[in-house]
Design a protein around this ligand. Sequence first.
Ligand SMILES: Cc1ncc(COP(=O)(O)O)c(C=O)c1O
Length: 370
Amino acid sequence: MRLEPFDLERWLLNPCTYDLANAGIVKLRLKDITTEIDFDMVMSYGVTRGSDLIRQRIAELFSRADKDDVLVTSGTAEANLLALYRLLERGDEVLTMLPTYMQMIGLAKSLGARVRSCYLREDEDYTLDIEELKEEVTNKTKVICLVNPNNPTGSVISSTQMRAICEIAEDVDAWVLCDGALRGLEADGNLAPTPVDIYEKGIATGSLSKIGLSGIRIGWLVADEKLVEECWTYKDYTTLSHSGLSEYLGTMALKRENVSRFIKRAREIIRTHSTILCNWVSENRWAVRGIPPKAGHTAFLKYTLDIDSRDLCLQLLKAKDVLVSPGTFFGSPRHLRVRYSCEREVLIEGLRRLREFLETRSKLSYHEVK
Ligand SMILES: Cc1ncc(COP(=O)(O)O)c(C=O)c1O
Protein backbone atom coordinates (compact mmCIF):
# COMPACT_ATOMS: atom_id res chain seq x y z
CA MET A 1 0.00 0.00 0.00
CA ARG A 2 1.73 3.15 -1.24
CA LEU A 3 0.09 6.51 -0.76
CA GLU A 4 0.80 9.61 -2.81
CA PRO A 5 1.22 12.89 -0.89
CA PHE A 6 -2.14 14.52 -0.11
CA ASP A 7 -1.23 17.86 -1.72
CA LEU A 8 -4.25 19.77 -0.44
CA GLU A 9 -3.73 18.91 3.20
CA ARG A 10 -0.08 20.09 3.09
CA TRP A 11 -1.06 23.20 1.16
CA LEU A 12 -3.46 24.22 3.95
CA LEU A 13 -0.54 24.41 6.38
CA ASN A 14 0.93 27.45 4.56
CA PRO A 15 1.01 30.31 7.08
CA CYS A 16 -1.05 33.33 5.98
CA THR A 17 -3.11 36.21 7.37
CA TYR A 18 -6.12 35.72 5.08
CA ASP A 19 -7.04 32.06 5.01
CA LEU A 20 -9.54 31.51 2.21
CA ALA A 21 -8.17 28.04 1.55
CA ASN A 22 -9.55 25.78 4.25
CA ALA A 23 -12.90 24.01 3.94
CA GLY A 24 -13.86 24.80 7.51
CA ILE A 25 -15.95 27.30 9.40
CA VAL A 26 -14.93 29.71 12.19
CA LYS A 27 -14.29 27.24 14.99
CA LEU A 28 -16.43 26.75 18.06
CA ARG A 29 -14.82 26.83 21.49
CA LEU A 30 -14.85 24.27 24.28
CA LYS A 31 -17.21 26.54 26.25
CA ASP A 32 -19.74 26.31 23.39
CA ILE A 33 -20.10 22.61 24.26
CA THR A 34 -19.80 22.73 28.04
CA THR A 35 -18.54 24.80 30.93
CA GLU A 36 -18.74 21.87 33.36
CA ILE A 37 -16.15 19.17 32.71
CA ASP A 38 -16.31 15.99 34.78
CA PHE A 39 -12.75 15.91 36.13
CA ASP A 40 -13.42 12.49 37.65
CA MET A 41 -13.73 10.98 34.20
CA VAL A 42 -11.80 7.72 33.77
CA MET A 43 -9.06 7.96 31.10
CA SER A 44 -9.63 4.54 29.50
CA TYR A 45 -10.02 3.30 25.94
CA GLY A 46 -13.73 2.87 26.51
CA VAL A 47 -15.72 0.79 24.02
CA THR A 48 -13.62 0.97 20.87
CA ARG A 49 -16.62 1.01 18.52
CA GLY A 50 -18.08 3.97 20.49
CA SER A 51 -20.39 4.02 23.49
CA ASP A 52 -24.08 3.14 23.09
CA LEU A 53 -25.01 6.74 23.79
CA ILE A 54 -22.81 8.41 21.19
CA ARG A 55 -23.75 5.82 18.57
CA GLN A 56 -27.43 6.38 19.38
CA ARG A 57 -27.00 10.14 18.91
CA ILE A 58 -25.20 9.65 15.60
CA ALA A 59 -27.90 7.23 14.40
CA GLU A 60 -30.47 9.98 14.99
CA LEU A 61 -28.82 12.03 12.23
CA PHE A 62 -30.13 9.43 9.75
CA SER A 63 -33.68 8.35 9.04
CA ARG A 64 -33.17 4.58 9.03
CA ALA A 65 -30.17 3.82 11.23
CA ASP A 66 -29.91 2.53 14.77
CA LYS A 67 -26.90 2.42 17.06
CA ASP A 68 -25.76 -0.99 15.79
CA ASP A 69 -25.33 0.52 12.33
CA VAL A 70 -22.79 3.03 13.63
CA LEU A 71 -19.04 2.87 14.16
CA VAL A 72 -17.33 5.86 15.79
CA THR A 73 -14.10 6.90 14.06
CA SER A 74 -11.43 9.56 14.22
CA GLY A 75 -13.06 11.88 11.70
CA THR A 76 -14.54 11.20 8.29
CA ALA A 77 -10.97 10.53 7.21
CA GLU A 78 -10.72 7.32 9.23
CA ALA A 79 -14.24 6.24 8.30
CA ASN A 80 -13.42 6.50 4.58
CA LEU A 81 -10.18 4.60 5.14
CA LEU A 82 -11.86 1.75 7.02
CA ALA A 83 -14.63 1.38 4.43
CA LEU A 84 -12.28 1.26 1.45
CA TYR A 85 -9.70 -0.87 3.25
CA ARG A 86 -12.42 -3.41 3.99
CA LEU A 87 -14.12 -3.32 0.57
CA LEU A 88 -11.40 -3.00 -2.07
CA GLU A 89 -9.13 -5.59 -3.55
CA ARG A 90 -6.50 -5.26 -6.27
CA GLY A 91 -8.19 -5.09 -9.67
CA ASP A 92 -11.50 -3.73 -8.40
CA GLU A 93 -12.89 -0.60 -9.96
CA VAL A 94 -14.02 2.48 -8.12
CA LEU A 95 -16.14 5.20 -9.64
CA THR A 96 -15.78 8.75 -8.33
CA MET A 97 -16.98 12.21 -9.16
CA LEU A 98 -14.65 15.08 -10.09
CA PRO A 99 -13.88 17.66 -8.88
CA THR A 100 -13.74 16.20 -5.41
CA TYR A 101 -11.91 15.98 -2.12
CA MET A 102 -9.21 13.52 -3.16
CA GLN A 103 -8.90 11.28 -0.09
CA MET A 104 -10.96 8.36 -1.39
CA ILE A 105 -9.22 8.46 -4.79
CA GLY A 106 -5.78 8.35 -3.15
CA LEU A 107 -6.83 5.48 -0.89
CA ALA A 108 -8.45 3.49 -3.70
CA LYS A 109 -5.34 3.77 -5.91
CA SER A 110 -3.10 2.73 -3.06
CA LEU A 111 -5.21 -0.40 -2.56
CA GLY A 112 -4.68 -1.38 -6.19
CA ALA A 113 -8.10 -0.36 -7.48
CA ARG A 114 -8.65 1.27 -10.88
CA VAL A 115 -10.31 4.66 -10.48
CA ARG A 116 -12.81 5.84 -13.07
CA SER A 117 -14.33 9.31 -12.83
CA CYS A 118 -17.36 11.32 -13.90
CA TYR A 119 -16.98 15.09 -14.17
CA LEU A 120 -19.71 17.20 -12.63
CA ARG A 121 -21.22 19.43 -15.34
CA GLU A 122 -19.87 22.90 -14.62
CA ASP A 123 -22.26 24.59 -17.05
CA GLU A 124 -25.19 22.94 -15.24
CA ASP A 125 -24.44 23.99 -11.69
CA TYR A 126 -22.04 21.11 -11.15
CA THR A 127 -24.71 18.44 -11.40
CA LEU A 128 -23.84 14.82 -11.94
CA ASP A 129 -24.66 13.36 -15.36
CA ILE A 130 -26.42 10.12 -14.40
CA GLU A 131 -26.18 8.75 -17.96
CA GLU A 132 -22.42 9.29 -17.95
CA LEU A 133 -22.16 7.62 -14.56
CA LYS A 134 -24.09 4.65 -15.90
CA GLU A 135 -21.67 4.33 -18.80
CA GLU A 136 -18.68 4.29 -16.47
CA VAL A 137 -20.07 1.47 -14.30
CA THR A 138 -18.84 -2.02 -15.17
CA ASN A 139 -19.11 -5.47 -13.63
CA LYS A 140 -15.85 -4.74 -11.82
CA THR A 141 -17.23 -1.63 -10.10
CA LYS A 142 -16.99 -2.39 -6.41
CA VAL A 143 -17.67 1.03 -4.92
CA ILE A 144 -19.23 4.25 -6.19
CA CYS A 145 -17.64 7.03 -4.11
CA LEU A 146 -19.62 10.22 -3.63
CA VAL A 147 -18.95 13.40 -1.69
CA ASN A 148 -22.35 14.92 -0.92
CA PRO A 149 -22.55 17.87 -0.41
CA ASN A 150 -19.61 18.21 -2.73
CA ASN A 151 -16.28 19.69 -1.73
CA PRO A 152 -15.09 21.90 -3.49
CA THR A 153 -18.12 23.01 -5.56
CA GLY A 154 -20.83 23.14 -2.88
CA SER A 155 -23.28 21.30 -5.16
CA VAL A 156 -25.73 18.73 -3.78
CA ILE A 157 -26.91 15.45 -5.34
CA SER A 158 -30.72 15.46 -5.33
CA SER A 159 -32.84 12.64 -3.85
CA THR A 160 -33.89 11.55 -7.35
CA GLN A 161 -30.27 11.35 -8.44
CA MET A 162 -29.21 9.50 -5.28
CA ARG A 163 -31.94 6.95 -5.93
CA ALA A 164 -30.79 6.55 -9.55
CA ILE A 165 -27.16 6.09 -8.43
CA CYS A 166 -28.18 3.40 -5.94
CA GLU A 167 -30.21 1.58 -8.61
CA ILE A 168 -27.22 1.64 -10.97
CA ALA A 169 -25.01 0.31 -8.16
CA GLU A 170 -27.51 -2.41 -7.32
CA ASP A 171 -27.43 -3.68 -10.91
CA VAL A 172 -23.74 -4.56 -10.51
CA ASP A 173 -23.91 -5.32 -6.78
CA ALA A 174 -21.67 -2.35 -5.92
CA TRP A 175 -21.50 -0.33 -2.72
CA VAL A 176 -22.28 3.39 -2.60
CA LEU A 177 -19.94 5.14 -0.19
CA CYS A 178 -20.98 8.70 0.51
CA ASP A 179 -18.64 11.08 2.32
CA GLY A 180 -21.05 13.39 4.12
CA ALA A 181 -18.50 15.54 5.93
CA LEU A 182 -20.49 18.60 4.79
CA ARG A 183 -23.95 17.14 5.41
CA GLY A 184 -26.07 19.44 7.54
CA LEU A 185 -24.50 22.53 5.99
CA GLU A 186 -27.07 23.13 3.25
CA ALA A 187 -28.02 26.80 2.80
CA ASP A 188 -31.71 25.92 2.17
CA GLY A 189 -31.90 23.80 5.33
CA ASN A 190 -32.74 20.51 3.56
CA LEU A 191 -30.43 17.67 4.57
CA ALA A 192 -28.47 16.29 1.62
CA PRO A 193 -29.58 12.77 0.68
CA THR A 194 -27.42 9.85 1.72
CA PRO A 195 -27.42 6.30 0.30
CA VAL A 196 -27.58 4.69 3.73
CA ASP A 197 -31.20 5.80 4.06
CA ILE A 198 -32.28 4.08 0.82
CA TYR A 199 -29.87 1.31 -0.18
CA GLU A 200 -28.79 -1.86 1.60
CA LYS A 201 -25.23 -1.41 0.36
CA GLY A 202 -25.17 2.31 1.15
CA ILE A 203 -22.49 3.67 3.48
CA ALA A 204 -22.41 7.14 5.02
CA THR A 205 -19.37 8.74 6.61
CA GLY A 206 -19.18 12.07 8.38
CA SER A 207 -18.00 13.94 11.44
CA LEU A 208 -18.37 16.92 13.72
CA SER A 209 -15.53 18.75 11.96
CA LYS A 210 -17.39 20.99 9.57
CA ILE A 211 -19.76 22.50 12.10
CA GLY A 212 -16.70 23.92 13.84
CA LEU A 213 -15.41 21.02 15.96
CA SER A 214 -12.60 19.60 13.84
CA GLY A 215 -10.23 19.43 16.82
CA ILE A 216 -12.41 16.84 18.55
CA ARG A 217 -11.77 14.32 15.74
CA ILE A 218 -15.05 12.47 16.21
CA GLY A 219 -16.52 10.96 13.08
CA TRP A 220 -18.65 8.02 12.04
CA LEU A 221 -19.31 5.27 9.57
CA VAL A 222 -22.96 4.28 9.18
CA ALA A 223 -23.89 1.15 7.24
CA ASP A 224 -25.45 -2.27 7.49
CA GLU A 225 -24.63 -3.81 10.90
CA LYS A 226 -22.48 -6.57 9.37
CA LEU A 227 -20.24 -4.16 7.48
CA VAL A 228 -19.97 -2.00 10.59
CA GLU A 229 -18.74 -5.04 12.57
CA GLU A 230 -16.16 -5.79 9.87
CA CYS A 231 -14.91 -2.21 9.74
CA TRP A 232 -14.63 -2.31 13.53
CA THR A 233 -12.29 -5.30 13.10
CA TYR A 234 -10.13 -3.17 10.80
CA LYS A 235 -10.18 -0.35 13.34
CA ASP A 236 -8.66 -2.75 15.91
CA TYR A 237 -5.58 -2.75 13.66
CA THR A 238 -5.50 0.90 12.58
CA THR A 239 -6.27 3.27 15.46
CA LEU A 240 -7.85 0.79 17.90
CA SER A 241 -9.76 3.56 19.59
CA HIS A 242 -10.74 7.15 19.02
CA SER A 243 -9.92 9.54 21.88
CA GLY A 244 -11.97 8.93 25.03
CA LEU A 245 -11.87 12.60 25.96
CA SER A 246 -13.17 13.46 22.50
CA GLU A 247 -15.96 10.92 22.84
CA TYR A 248 -17.00 12.62 26.10
CA LEU A 249 -17.14 16.02 24.37
CA GLY A 250 -18.59 14.64 21.14
CA THR A 251 -21.42 12.97 23.03
CA MET A 252 -22.35 16.34 24.51
CA ALA A 253 -21.96 18.14 21.19
CA LEU A 254 -24.30 15.58 19.59
CA LYS A 255 -27.11 16.23 22.09
CA ARG A 256 -30.05 17.20 19.91
CA GLU A 257 -30.28 20.79 21.18
CA ASN A 258 -26.52 21.32 20.80
CA VAL A 259 -26.14 19.87 17.34
CA SER A 260 -29.17 21.88 16.14
CA ARG A 261 -27.66 25.05 17.59
CA PHE A 262 -24.30 24.42 15.88
CA ILE A 263 -25.92 23.60 12.55
CA LYS A 264 -28.12 26.70 12.77
CA ARG A 265 -25.04 28.85 13.40
CA ALA A 266 -23.16 27.26 10.51
CA ARG A 267 -26.05 27.67 8.06
CA GLU A 268 -26.41 31.33 9.01
CA ILE A 269 -22.71 31.94 8.30
CA ILE A 270 -22.98 29.99 5.04
CA ARG A 271 -26.01 32.01 3.87
CA THR A 272 -24.60 35.46 4.63
CA HIS A 273 -21.00 34.83 3.64
CA SER A 274 -21.76 33.00 0.41
CA THR A 275 -23.79 36.07 -0.60
CA ILE A 276 -20.72 38.25 -0.01
CA LEU A 277 -18.66 35.91 -2.19
CA CYS A 278 -21.31 35.69 -4.93
CA ASN A 279 -21.58 39.49 -5.10
CA TRP A 280 -17.81 39.67 -5.38
CA VAL A 281 -17.88 37.14 -8.23
CA SER A 282 -20.59 39.17 -10.06
CA GLU A 283 -18.47 42.31 -9.76
CA ASN A 284 -15.40 40.49 -11.09
CA ARG A 285 -16.79 38.50 -13.96
CA TRP A 286 -13.92 39.67 -16.16
CA ALA A 287 -11.66 37.52 -13.97
CA VAL A 288 -13.70 34.68 -12.42
CA ARG A 289 -16.89 32.69 -12.90
CA GLY A 290 -18.69 30.46 -10.45
CA ILE A 291 -22.06 29.20 -9.35
CA PRO A 292 -23.58 29.97 -5.96
CA PRO A 293 -22.74 27.03 -3.71
CA LYS A 294 -25.73 25.20 -2.20
CA ALA A 295 -23.85 23.85 0.82
CA GLY A 296 -20.55 23.75 2.64
CA HIS A 297 -17.91 26.37 3.14
CA THR A 298 -16.35 26.85 -0.28
CA ALA A 299 -17.04 27.94 -3.84
CA PHE A 300 -15.18 26.72 -6.88
CA LEU A 301 -14.26 29.51 -9.28
CA LYS A 302 -12.99 29.26 -12.82
CA TYR A 303 -10.51 32.01 -13.64
CA THR A 304 -9.56 33.67 -16.89
CA LEU A 305 -5.82 34.06 -16.39
CA ASP A 306 -3.63 31.80 -18.47
CA ILE A 307 -1.62 30.40 -15.58
CA ASP A 308 -1.43 27.12 -13.69
CA SER A 309 -3.62 27.16 -10.56
CA ARG A 310 -0.81 26.23 -8.15
CA ASP A 311 1.44 28.97 -9.55
CA LEU A 312 -1.38 31.46 -9.30
CA CYS A 313 -2.04 30.57 -5.66
CA LEU A 314 1.65 30.73 -4.78
CA GLN A 315 2.00 34.17 -6.37
CA LEU A 316 -1.14 35.35 -4.58
CA LEU A 317 0.18 34.14 -1.24
CA LYS A 318 3.52 35.84 -1.74
CA ALA A 319 2.10 39.12 -3.03
CA LYS A 320 -1.01 39.50 -0.87
CA ASP A 321 -0.74 37.14 2.11
CA VAL A 322 -3.98 35.42 0.99
CA LEU A 323 -4.22 31.63 0.77
CA VAL A 324 -6.74 30.00 -1.59
CA SER A 325 -6.62 26.39 -2.81
CA PRO A 326 -5.54 25.45 -6.34
CA GLY A 327 -8.18 23.65 -8.43
CA THR A 328 -5.61 21.13 -9.54
CA PHE A 329 -5.73 19.61 -6.04
CA PHE A 330 -9.37 18.63 -6.76
CA GLY A 331 -8.82 17.33 -10.29
CA SER A 332 -9.77 20.64 -11.98
CA PRO A 333 -7.01 22.91 -13.24
CA ARG A 334 -7.76 26.62 -13.93
CA HIS A 335 -9.98 26.78 -10.86
CA LEU A 336 -9.67 28.08 -7.34
CA ARG A 337 -11.43 26.84 -4.23
CA VAL A 338 -12.35 29.85 -2.15
CA ARG A 339 -13.59 29.51 1.39
CA TYR A 340 -16.20 31.95 2.68
CA SER A 341 -17.05 30.53 6.14
CA CYS A 342 -14.15 32.34 7.79
CA GLU A 343 -14.45 35.55 9.85
CA ARG A 344 -16.36 38.22 7.89
CA GLU A 345 -13.48 40.72 7.95
CA VAL A 346 -11.03 38.07 6.71
CA LEU A 347 -13.37 37.24 3.84
CA ILE A 348 -13.91 40.86 2.80
CA GLU A 349 -10.24 41.86 3.02
CA GLY A 350 -9.08 38.57 1.47
CA LEU A 351 -11.39 39.09 -1.52
CA ARG A 352 -10.29 42.71 -1.88
CA ARG A 353 -6.69 41.57 -2.03
CA LEU A 354 -7.54 38.75 -4.44
CA ARG A 355 -9.15 41.28 -6.77
CA GLU A 356 -6.09 43.55 -6.61
CA PHE A 357 -3.87 40.59 -7.39
CA LEU A 358 -5.99 39.49 -10.36
CA GLU A 359 -6.04 43.03 -11.75
CA THR A 360 -2.28 43.33 -11.58
CA ARG A 361 -1.67 39.83 -12.87
CA SER A 362 -4.14 40.15 -15.74
CA LYS A 363 -2.16 43.06 -17.12
CA LEU A 364 0.64 40.56 -17.68
CA SER A 365 -1.42 37.77 -19.11
CA TYR A 366 -5.10 37.44 -20.01
CA HIS A 367 -7.13 34.55 -21.29
CA GLU A 368 -10.91 34.75 -21.97
CA VAL A 369 -13.21 32.21 -20.29
CA LYS A 370 -15.03 30.42 -23.07
C1 LIG B 1 -15.30 16.01 1.91
C2 LIG B 1 -14.37 15.81 3.07
N1 LIG B 1 -14.23 14.59 3.60
C3 LIG B 1 -13.44 14.36 4.64
C4 LIG B 1 -12.70 15.37 5.22
C5 LIG B 1 -11.89 15.07 6.43
O1 LIG B 1 -12.65 15.51 7.50
P1 LIG B 1 -12.64 14.95 8.99
O2 LIG B 1 -12.15 16.07 9.83
O3 LIG B 1 -14.06 14.62 9.29
O4 LIG B 1 -11.75 13.77 9.03
C6 LIG B 1 -12.79 16.67 4.69
C7 LIG B 1 -12.00 17.77 5.23
O5 LIG B 1 -11.89 18.84 4.68
C8 LIG B 1 -13.67 16.89 3.60
O6 LIG B 1 -13.83 18.11 3.07
